[in-house]
Write a protein that binds this ligand. Structure first.
Ligand SMILES: Cc1ncc(C[n+]2csc(CCOP(=O)(O)OP(=O)(O)O)c2C)c(N)n1
Ligand SMILES: [Mg+2]
Length: 292
């Protein structure tokens, strides 16, 4: 089929959708589909994409998009995505994780991927709650969050994922908002185009268990509107620290906080493998000579 003739229905699946009516995951899904289609028409094919999910409401996204996908387990999106990328570096690998998935269960993998600079994109559906299991607090729930496991309010201090990713060495760090699909689309395209580990946190109000949409609409502003310099680490870190996840103080910047470049994990590993192979074959040649 001619690339420019592909229409969005090719990405639809027959899976029955079980998200709550009005869930912001619908917005994320629609944007991801648009981006895959746009990239597929220009520079690659739909089959070049591999989507990897964890477990949770967010994870169902891979059931609803018709391309290669791997439904992994809670907190283990990154090891699976890394393996796929190492096996075939030509693929475009995108991981979808919940906040419980990425920031609680699988936080070590997130830090490692940022440090290693694996060339994958990770999208975090940050609804700041374990949604599928009906409303327990996560590592980004605000102090005082009342849910099933914290009826009197959570007392734990959440961390700031943007700051964590920056200090862990991520080469592309962004935040967007599911209430602003245009913005998310722009950010996601740049994240996929980035060579290296790209991290995109999407603030996603959960209409059933934690819905700060009104608060987000009042507090969010775009980094693009203040001419933020995303190559300046110090400036980016100041912006990353502007909003306090614990008490909601400060305005909420969205956009690309930081972007830089260095060798990717696969480049280094595959170069090492080639070297190892060439040394190995030399040794084999010597052994063969001895035997002849
Ligand atoms: C290893 C493992 N731990 C815990 C669970 C139980 N579990 C399933 S979904 C879920 C919550 C998911 O929350 P989050 O990752 O934030 O995704 P959301 O549902 O909010 O999109 C949990 C704890 C599991 N399935 N596997
Ligand atoms: Mg969640």
């Amino acid at each position: 089929m001619a690339r420019n003739k592909i229409d969005s229905s090719v990405l639809d699946t027959y899976a029955q959708n079980t998200w709550c009516p009005g869930c912001f995951n619908f917005v994320i899904e629609a944007v991801v589909k648009e981006v895959i289609l746009e990239i597929s028409k220009k520079e690659s094919k739909i089959e070049d994409f591999v989507l990897v999910s964890g477990i949770g409401c967010h994870a169902k996204i891979v059931d609803y998009i018709n391309t290669n996908s791997f439904y992994s387990i809670h907190g283990r999106v990154i090891p699976v995505a890394t393996g796929i990328k190492l096996a075939n570096p030509d693929l475009k690998v995108i991981g979808f994780e919940g906040d419980g998935d990425a920031y609680n269960e699988g936080v070590a993998h997130l830090v490692s991927a940022a440090r290693k600079n694996t060339d994958i994109t990770v999208v975090i559906h940050d609804n700041r709650v374990f949604a599928l299991t009906t409303g327990q607090y996560t590592a980004t729930s605000p102090v005082g969050f009342k849910g099933k496991s914290t009826p009197q309010g959570s007392f734990e201090k959440p961390f700031n994922p943007i700051e964590l990713m920056m200090t862990s060495g991520a080469t592309f760090v962004a935040r967007s908002y599911a209430g602003n699909p245009t913005h998310f689309k722009q950010v996601l395209k740049k994240a996929i185009g980035h060579k290296g580990f790209s991290f995109v946190e999407v603030l996603q109000p959960c209409i059933s268990f934690f819905n700060p949409a009104k608060f987000y609409n009042e507090k969010i502003y775009k980094l693009e509107d203040i001419n933020h310099n995303s190559s300046n680490y110090k400036e980016a870190l100041t912006r990353a620290r502007e909003w306090d996840y614990a008490n909601g103080k400060g305005d909420i910047p969205i956009g690309i906080f930081y972007q830089t470049y260095r060798s990717t994990y696969e480049e280094i590993i595959l170069k090492g493998k080639k070297l190892a192979n060439s040394k190995l074959s030399k040794k084999f040649k010597e052994i063969l000579k001895e035997k002849i």
